[in-house]
Each structure stands twice: as C-alpha cells, then as structure tokens.
Ligand binder design. Structure first.
Ligand SMILES: *Cc1c(COP(=O)(O)O)cnc(C)c1O
Ligand code: SF4
Length: 350
C-alpha cells in the first residue's frame, strides 16, 4: 500500500509542495488518506487532470466547507436503531435501517483506499473504531434475526472486503442461518482498488444458498484494468452477479464520453451499471459537485446512444436520511425533492 505523504506529494499544478505543506497536512488530519499501488499504477503522473488521481490525491480544496454540507450527509445515524441499556438509549452500531425490507450492515469502518469525495468520510478511516467488536457484531446480527421483514442485508462499511476471508465466512454463516434473509449484497471498492484481495478464499467464503450480489464502486474506465477484470471474473465464475455504482464527479467523469466509456466497459466485463449517484453533501467536497441540471443533461445525451443495459439510474440520496430517489421530473422539480414516502424536501439546484 502506498501512503501518500502530504508533505511531498502534490499534484496541484498551481502550487509547489512547499506552498501546500501546511494545508495538506490539515486535510490529512481531518480525513483519511490512502491509495494502493495498483491504483497508483493507473495514474498518469504528468497529467494534472488525471481522473483517477483526482479521486484519491488530497487537495487543499477539501478545507473549504459550505453551509449545506453535513457531517453525516445521508443520515446514517438517524436511521440506526435505538437500543436501551443501563446507561439509557444509544444507537445500535453497525446497522442502518431506512427501508422496511432491507438493512445496511457495516461490520468495518476502514477501506483499502480513501476517496476524496466519500459520503461517509467522517466515519471511515484508521483510528475511527475500525471494526465492530465481536459483541457489537452479534448485537447487529440479533437485530436482523429479530426483524422478519428484512429480506435483504447490504453489507457495506467502510469496505467489507478488507475483512479476512475467515471473518467473511463467519459473517455469511450467521446470515445463512437467518431464514427470512433471502439476499445478501456486498458494496465494495476492493475489486477495483485492491484486486489482489480478491482471492479464491474470499470468493469461496461468499458461497451461499441465498442470492449473493456484489456491487462495485467505479467512476472511470481507467480504473478497469486487466487485473481488475481477472478479479471480477472470479465472482462471475462462482455465480455471483456483479453490479456497479458510480458517483458523478466534476473533473472525473462529468462528460457524456467519460460516462459512456465507463458504462460500456462495465457491461463488456459483465457488470451491470446500477446507480449513478449525484454527489452527496459531504464536508470538503464542493470541488466535486455539480448541479443536477448538468447530470440530467448528461443522462439525456446517453439515452439512445447507449444500450439500455448500460444505463444506470441517476439518483440522489436526499440529505438528512430520507432515502434515494431517481432524479426524474416526478421526484425533483429543481427546487423540491419528494422522497419515497411522499414527503417534500427543499433542495436548491446549485
Ligand atoms: C442506499 C441504501 C440502501 C439500498 O438502496 P437500494 O436502492 O436498494 O440500492 C438501503 N439502505 C440504506 C440505508 C441505504 O442508504
Ligand atoms: S471506498 Fe467507499 S466508503 Fe471507502 S472511502 Fe471510498 S467511497 Fe468512502
């Protein structure tokens, strides 16, 4: 793993390393920084606008926060169940339950890499209670055991595939034993960012009678190297379908050509593009954001130009924890966004 040293690594073309030493250290103090050697190998060091570098190399712009930005932009905390103990009420760690039929299970809060635009950037990283303890994981599983309406468990984090195959196997054993859980979905960036972790042992640990899906996070075709292809093949050969999620990011993939190339490449690799996320209101990420009107314009250009199976749904996770909605006229008129339960929320498009 390459650790970026903020004192020396600077790709901002306008600033020398000396100029940014102080500010970049401040970024690294606030938000985790890490990138793998495999990712570094996909970066063109002479290109100051490299779309992969922009996703991982810290920037002084992260020190800018805007009034609309939130510590917990998608309201994970508000949807963690409350539990009572001797000390009073507290949130159950590791579970986010927003929709009746599915829960998020977050066994670990570290990742193989740290994305500069991460929506959970204030919760992930070394030192931020890196994983649930055995007792906490058992309490989270007890919650699922006692919730018969939970049909699907979405294992996320952090990145669940940084766990050892042995721990993933233990987790799968526990989920396999819960009759009402029919689907287990893993959300991960590991196959793209750290493909060597996709070992036969990891894939074997996912074997189940239940439907197991893996959803990759990938934002640019340059991330999809041959090595990533070899890793993703392993899941497919084991009968595990692959989907992808991308984030629409200024300076990374905010052109019809970049999105088209990304989605085509994914489908060629037998990965179905599932969601294109509008960027979240995470703190220090305004340099990645762009208006919904731009995103809609890009999606419109892709309609007809791209096969239906290559077109993801463009969605917004409504700030505050009201869930995801497709960014179509019916749910968003440019000022008000309507959640799945019919409630309206103010969301200026800027
Ligand atoms: C995104 C999310 C899900 C999954 O939503 P899908 O639309 O089914 O992919 C589930 N629970 C929470 C809390 C989420 O944020
Ligand atoms: S891999 Fe996911 S959780 Fe981890 S830093 Fe990137 S966006 Fe955040």
């Amino acid at each position: 793993m390459t650790r970026i040293h903020p004192q020396t690594d600077c790709i901002d073309p306008h600033l020398s390393a000396h100029d940014v030493r102080g500010p970049l250290e401040a970024v690294a103090e606030q938000y985790a920084v890490a990138v793998t050697d495999d990712v570094m190998a996909t970066i063109n060091p002479t290109d100051p606008y490299d779309p992969v570098a922009r996703q991982y190399i810290p920037s002084v712009e992260e020190l800018n926060t805007t009034p609309r930005e939130l510590e917990d932009p998608i309201g994970d905390d508000a949807h963690s169940p409350e539990v009572l103990n001797s000390a009073g009420a507290k949130r159950l760690r590791g579970i986010v339950h927003r929709y009746p039929d599915r829960v998020l299970l977050k066994p670990v809060h570290v990742c193989a890499v740290y994305c500069r635009f991460c929506f959970r950037r204030e919760m992930v990283g070394p030192g931020k209670s890196e994983a649930l303890s055995a007792e906490e994981l058992e309490a989270a599983l007890d919650y699922i055991r006692a919730a018969p309406k939970v049909w699907e468990v979405i294992v996320t984090g952090g990145d669940p595939f940084v766990l050892s195959p042995r721990r993933i196997k233990n987790l799968m054993d526990a989920l396999n034993a819960i009759g009402h859980v029919k689907v287990v979905r893993f959300h991960t960036r590991v196959p793209v960012a750290d493909p060597s972790r996709v070992t036969d042992e990891l894939v074997a640990a996912l074997a189940s009678e239940k439907a197991v899906y893996v959803v990759l996070h990938c934002n640019h075709e340059n991330e999809l190297t041959d090595k990533v292809g070899t890793a993703t093949q392993k899941f497919l050969r084991a009968g595990i379908p692959l989907l992808s999620q991308s984030v629409l990011l200024k300076g990374v993939n905010d052109s019809a050509a970049a999105l088209e190339n990304l989605f085509r490449r994914l489908v060629e690799m037998r990965i179905k593009p599932y969601y294109l996320h509008h960027p979240d209101m995470a703190r220090g990420t305004s340099h990645f954001r762009l208006p919904v009107s731009i995103g809609r314009g890009l999606m419109k250009k892709l309609l007809g130009r791209l096969s239906g199976i290559a077109l993801p749904r463009y969605v917004l996770d409504i700030p505050g924890g009201f869930g995801k909605v497709p960014l179509e006229e019916e749910y968003y008129d440019g000022e008000t966004v309507t959640d799945w339960q019919g409630a309206a929320h103010n969301y200026p498009d800027e």
